[in-house]
Design a protein around this ligand. Structure first.
Ligand code: ZN
Ligand code: ZN
Length: 361
């Protein structure tokens, strides 16, 4: 990972925003800029310098992970030490991420510096680093490809063991254990296994409910591998299906395929959303599609860009997004299909190529 290039880019954008230093406290941004993965860390970028502030628990880890970065270890909260350090270094205007800083956090930052600089010192520059993170570099794309492929292998492994009568938590447990055996550091989010009428819950976390003899089961899960998140959804069917179940599945699959086909650099996020939504509208199902079409994914499971109705943001080569339309008929059943898609020079490349055709167990 070329952390130095990322820091250079972040500092260049910060300069354009009119600040002479950048304070980074959102932990995924700290990882992005330095490689440091501890739970207490703040980074200051000042000119060509980068300083990582942390505490004694992380001395060895910080040295090992944040190569080429000056490391300051103190007992106090990293952000407080960072602010005092900046004042001593003569920083006049420090940019911070106002979308990730709480009111209490900003007060702590102000208290950490003296009255004479306090008033003009801190200026929100928005989600500056998070915006840079939307476009992945080659190392990140390689990491995300690997994470996505592990997701596909796990899904294919589950197909051989899932059967009616198993509980949803058993399925989630088997999946998560297999993920660990393949080297996952964890899951990207709480595994969703939503079976029978529960498949109509877009975020139905695994419960003690049993997989049905007849009906759908939606699996939505991801692994964290090499620091990067994967995310995919497939909906399976147990036993003989009703015609209505077929119809809805076909419609969601067509919507998902249409949105994937729309992905290309220069296309807006809203146009991709509309590609999915218009198929469901044609089939009278758009009122049951109650969320947006997708989201960026990377160090965090949900990042920019948002793939939602009327979003003007233009897709760029190197972004990795999900495409995950769904239809949820309350009390009956639901269907969602989700892939991770890399925006390439001329279109979109699906990173999760597991089968999407109707699967009957
Ligand atoms: Zn998902
Ligand atoms: Zn997702």
């Amino acid at each position: 990972m070329d952390f130095k290039a990322r820091r250079r880019k972040a500092m260049a954008v910060a300069k354009v925003a009119g600040v002479d230093a950048l304070l980074v406290t959102h932990l995924p941004d700290v990882v992005y800029l330095t490689g440091f993965t501890g739970s207490n860390g703040a980074v200051v970028l000042l000119g060509g310098r980068a300083v990582l502030f942390t505490d004694g628990r992380y001395t060895a880890q910080a040295k090992a992970e944040a190569v080429g970065v000056k490391i300051v270890v103190e007992k106090k909260a990293a952000v407080v030490v960072a602010c005092a350090w900046m004042e001593a270094a003569g920083v006049q205007r420090c940019g911070f991420d106002g979308t990730q800083t709480t009111v209490a956090g900003l007060e702590a930052m102000r208290r950490a510096v003296s009255g004479k600089v306090r008033r003009a010192m801190f200026e929100s520059v928005g989600a500056l680093v998070a915006r840079l993170r939307e476009v992945k570099d080659a190392d990140e794309i390689a990491a995300m490809r690997a994470a996505a492929l592990v997701g596909c292998e796990l899904f294919e492994g589950l197909l051989g063991m899932m059967q009616a009568g198993m509980t949803e938590v058993e399925v989630a447990g088997a999946l998560e254990y297999a993920a660990r055996l393949r080297g996952a550091e964890g899951m990207s989010f709480e595994t969703i296994v939503a079976s029978g009428a529960r498949s109509a819950l877009p975020h139905g976390r695994a419960t003690m409910a049993k997989l049905p003899k007849r009906g759908f089961c939606t699996l939505d899960f991801g692994v964290v591998l090499g620091g990067y998140c994967s995310d995919m959804t497939r909906t399976l069917h147990f036993g003989k299906a009703q015609p209505r179940e077929w119809e809805v599945y076909d419609s969601v699959l067509e919507a998902q395929t249409a949105a994937v086909a729309k992905v290309a650099p220069g296309v807006t996020a809203g146009e991709v959303d509309e590609a999915a939504r218009s198929v469901l509208r044609r089939d009278g199902l758009d009122q049951y599609f109650s969320h947006s079409t997708g989201h960026g994914v990377g160090l965090e499971i949900h990042e920019g860009p948002r793939i939602a109705a009327k979003q003007e943001q233009v897709l760029e080569e190197g972004m990795v997004i999900t495409i995950e339309p769904g239809v949820y008929l309350p009390g009956k059943f639901g269907v969602r299909i989700e892939d991770m898609v890399l925006v390439t020079g001329k279109g979109g490349e699906v990173l999760t190529p597991s089968v999407k055709a109707w699967i009957e167990l």
